[in-house]
Design a protein around this ligand. Structure first.
Ligand code: FMN
Length: 168
């Protein structure tokens, strides 16, 4: 699948807005992810307001590019009914990666910004959006049209020494 091999973290974006249809596809891709016991614990907070993007870019010193992104999608786990959070990281990672791959497919650039398990970043998002108890921030994905058209490109990471057949 081409998107797997060409996806890169893209951190600089043009001013071109991302079309509504593409945002819809990104969200659909996130929700299409596998999840433990098919619980689909995710929620998606879509941010397009410049002011809020700037606020969000202050989450950490590694999130500055959010200020120049066309949009950000914040992935949240919804555990308000006291469900088990045992597979929270796996479920939310699968949804995050699906969004990155769909972004690549749609000629967008995106980068995954880690939130969980850094409690300081989680608190920043909880406070910024006044999230209810039990709604847990997991990741932020900054998205836009890449400034540099070559942004998503193949880098070979295959390493034969990482592979074990039959025995270790
Ligand atoms: C859990 C996780 C957290 C990450 N957090 C950040 C981040 O805070 N800021 C950032 O610029 N990139 C972040 N990245 C992107 C990685 O730096 C990037 O995936 C890695 O350098 C490999 O480059 P590539 O995505 O272009 O293949 C994160 C990636 C993952 C999977």
């Amino acid at each position: 699948m081409e998107a797997i091999f060409t996806r890169r973290s893209v951190r600089s974006y043009s001013d071109e807005p991302v079309e509504k249809e593409k945002i819809d596809k990104l969200l659909r891709a996130g929700m299409q992810a596998p999840s433990a016991m098919n619980k689909q614990p995710w929620e998606f907070l879509v941010i397009q307001s410049k002011k809020t993007l700037i606020d969000l870019s202050k989450m950490s010193m590694f999130a500055k590019m959010v200020a120049s992104a066309s949009l950000a999608i914040i992935l949240l786990g919804d555990y308000r009914e006291g469900q088990s959070q045992k597979f929270f990281p796996q479920d939310m990672s699968a949804a995050s990666e699906n969004i990155l791959l769909e972004a690549t497919e749609l000629n967008l650039g995106a980068v995954w910004l880690g939130v969980h398990p850094i409690s300081q970043r989680q608190k920043y998002i909880k406070d910024l959006f006044k999230l209810p108890e039990g709604v847990i921030p997991f990741s932020v994905i900054a998205i836009g049209y890449p400034k540099n058209k070559e942004s998503n490109k193949f880098v070979d990471r295959y390493r034969q020494d990482k592979v074990h057949f039959e025995r270790y």
